[in-house]
Design a protein around this ligand. Structure first.
Ligand SMILES: *Cc1c(COP(=O)(O)O)cnc(C)c1O
Length: 355
């Protein structure tokens, strides 16, 4: 694979006020594009100016959800260097998602090189203020210009980059989460474990309903019995019950989060007992009522960890840890962000330096 550079001669001005970056609305000067066809496989990659796509309105992505994506960040260290956190995990998950949707996988080292090269070209777009990052969004879309439902014969892989503000500019405040009892996100055998747009299409209605009631996200129950906890919106979920960390097992309908995996590895290294298993809403609320649910938090690349201060379930509201961040949640936040921003020694070898 070659990565051909066609750089812009009209670079945009970088944002001057990094406190107003927000998330996902501003994009860097370039994007990486790599096309695939069933006949010829992967073409060379190109880094080109960020611009609109030209696609047939019949493209598979518009009609049948032929789309998968990833999300990771490039971080700037105190020394001004740029680094990535476990990017190989995103590469592997992207290929697992591709497998589920019958889309082409890309050799791991080539996808990793695409990510690193784009970050290298766009390194001046990695913001400098505490808590900010350059969010990277690799995605793969089916572009076959035919309405028949067949596995895709042509695809476009693309990575765009968006300088993003600090998630916790106003401090780490606990969130309110609503347990969804009608809609389901995914079922075993479906696409729950794949990072695909289709899962989000299934989640819009419940998310909207929760938002209208003042909740920031939905906590999904399993799609069969609607009894077991699965995950929160775009985050996995963990509970500390009687000192033990409990998180739903990966049984096919839950997205295998890289932050989840990192938290588990970190917790185990600190001597915590971690159980990956089924946990029912009933077990959770029994523990809560008996005062044994010490902490609850979501995990994901965007927020790293997000303490859950209130759960709503079947019309009742339940407060967790007096709506305060717990010590385990805080420890996970401090260590993971410390490693990401190069302030804590990376004893797990998770960091990949870009420059
Ligand atoms: C991306 C995502 C997560 C979190 O995964 P990370 O790799 O930790 O960012 C959790 N749930 C869903 C549905 C997701 O799409």
């Amino acid at each position: 694979m070659n990565i051909n550079l066609k750089l812009t001669n009209a670079p945009k001005a970088k944002p001057t006020d990094e406190s107003k970056l927000g998330f996902g609305a501003l994009f860097s000067d370039h994007m990486l594009v790599r096309k695939w066809t069933m006949e010829n496989g992967w073409e060379d990659a190109e880094i080109v100016p960020f611009e609109n796509f030209s696609l047939s309105p019949a493209s598979a992505v518009f009609h049948y959800g032929a789309e998968i994506f990833e999300g990771l960040k490039a971080y700037r260290t105190a020394e001004g260097k740029v680094q990535l956190f476990r990017p190989i995990e995103n590469v592997r998950r992207m290929n697992q998602s591709a497998d589920r949707l019958c889309m082409p996988e890309m050799p791991e080292e080539e996808m990793l090189e695409c990510i690193k090269k784009l970050v290298e070209v766009e390194k001046d777009w990695v913001p400098h203020s505490e808590g900010t990052s350059l969010y990277l969004r690799p995605f793969l879309i089916g572009t076959d210009p035919k309405l028949g439902v067949h596995t895709v014969h042509q695809c476009t892989f693309c990575i765009i980059a968006s300088p993003s503000g600090s998630y916790y500019a106003e401090g780490i405040n606990p969130v309110k989460i609503m347990i969804e009892t009608e809609d389901v996100r995914a079922v075993r055998g479906g696409t729950g474990y794949a990072k695909c747009g289709g899962n989000y299409a299934a989640s819009y209605r419940a998310g909207h309903k929760a938002e209208l009631k003042g909740y920031s996200q939905v906590l999904w129950l399993d799609g069969v019995e609607q009894k077991y906890i699965e995950e929160v919106g775009a985050m996995n979920v963990m509970f500390k019950i009687d000192g033990t960390i409990v998180t739903p097992a990966l049984l096919g309908s839950v997205l295998p989060g890289i932050t989840r995996k990192s938290c588990i590895e970190l917790l185990k290294s600190k001597g915590f007992k971690v159980e990956e298993r089924k946990i029912s809403a009933e077990e959770l609320f029994t523990a809560l009522k008996e005062g044994r649910l010490e902490e609850a938090w979501g995990t994901g690349t965007a927020a790293v960890v997000s303490p859950i201060g209130e759960l709503a379930y079947k019309g009742e509201k339940y407060e967790i840890n007096n709506f305060k961040i717990g010590e385990t949640t805080q420890m996970l936040y401090d260590v993971l962000t410390g490693i990401q921003w190069g302030k804590v020694e990376d004893e797990f070898n998770w960091i990949v330096k870009v420059d």
